[in-house]
Design a protein around this ligand. Structure first.
Ligand code: 8YV
Length: 332
């Protein structure tokens, strides 16, 4: 393939050099400097004449952008979640969307458990105490936290990551696992992760540790707010590795301050990278900057999958993980 005949693509956030090289073998590539985040208008400008774009969850592909970027044929998301895509508008515009499932499942579940453990056992709160030079006395209940092994793990949203967390809880920590999901798992899957389906009300009431792993949709907005927190045990912890907006962050900060639940661990936030200021001022919350999938091998696999989707679609008209395959059918 000669340089002139290569399709043009944009990598909308800096990726690893190996991923860029793979893409350069097939495309005229415009990259984005490390640390740079394009505004929606800048993104539209950068996409002029481009056939494809590699996005992260931070770039919104909606009807306005699609109308202004008529050459675009595919947006490949470097994330399993794709609430930054208006898929219906993409299908109407004939633009394929792809995501990056599976390659991050186990790593993200590891982190869900890390955050659960850190939250229950007050890891960051006690570290702050030590670093501040306050460890000059000891008491029997110093940073006494919540038990994890043998307790009840609640999981809201039972996709691949939810099931991987359930397996860790059941097989590794002897936890009783309850879950609630839009649809119930089949018997074999329930047996594999030793999880029992319950109503959302029962999940809230029974869980000692509640982990949120559901995808963000408008219906999922504020799935956990003041009313839901009020149904939880005062000793419970809440972990959100799903998406900002699923939890009402202001209501959660209030509940944490008033000790309506024991503690929370949050990797995702409404309006991130901004964090609700009230969350920064309560001690019983562990806060991390959306890093659940962040190990180098996993981030590399996610970026390579996004790259391979761009290559497969723009050179062969197929995709590895299409979200709106109707677009492929319509194009052939
Ligand atoms: C991403 C995520 O790292 O895959 C997802 O849905 O939330 C994370 O793993 C993040 O969205 C950057 O694209």
């Amino acid at each position: 393939m000669t340089g002139a005949s290569k399709p043009a693509i944009l990598i909308a956030r800096a990726v690893f050099p190996e991923v860029e090289s793979r893409l350069r073998a097939h495309f005229e590539v415009e990259t984005t400097p490390a640390g740079m985040v394009w505004s929606p208008d800048e993104l539209v400008q950068r996409l002029q004449g481009k056939s494809g774009v590699l996005t992260t969850g931070g770039e919104r592909i909606d009807a306005g952008l699609l109308a202004a970027c008529p050459t675009l044929r595919i947006a490949a998301n470097l994330a399993v979640g794709y609430n930054n895509f208006d898929l219906a508008a993409m299908s109407v515009a004939g633009v394929l969307g792809t995501n990056a499932p599976d390659v991050l499942t186990e790593t993200t579940a590891d982190f869900g458990f890390a955050l659960l453990m850190a939250t229950a056992r007050r890891v960051t709160e006690s570290e702050r105490f030590l670093r501040a030079g306050q460890w000059n006395q000891w008491s029997l209940d110093l940073f006494a936290g919540a038990e994890v092994h043998g307790t009840t793990l609640g999981i809201l949203g039972m996709g691949r990551i939810g099931r991987a967390i359930a397996r860790r809880g059941a097989h590794g920590f002897g936890m009783q696992v309850l879950y609630h999901n839009r649809s119930r798992l089949d018997e074999a899957s329930e047996a594999d992760c030793r999880a029992r389906y319950v109503s959302k009300a029962e999940l809230l009431a029974q869980a000692d540790h509640l982990v949120l792993v559901l995808p963000y949709t408008p219906e999922a907005h504020h799935s956990i707010g003041a009313a839901e927190i009020a149904q939880m045990k005062p000793s419970a912890t809440l972990v959100n590795i799903a998406r900002g907006g699923i939890v009402d962050d202001a209501a959660l900060a209030r509940a944490l301050r008033e000790r309506r639940i024991a503690a929370a661990g949050l990797d995702v936030f409404e309006g991130e990278p901004r964090v609700h200021p009230d969350l920064l001022n309560v001690p019983n919350v562990v806060l991390t900057p959306h890093i659940a999938s962040a190990t180098l091998p996993t981030r590399m696999a996610m970026a390579m999958l996004a790259a391979d989707n761009l290559i497969a679609y723009l050179t062969e008209g197929r995709a590895l993980t299409p979200l709106n395959p109707d677009v492929i059918k319509a194009a052939t």
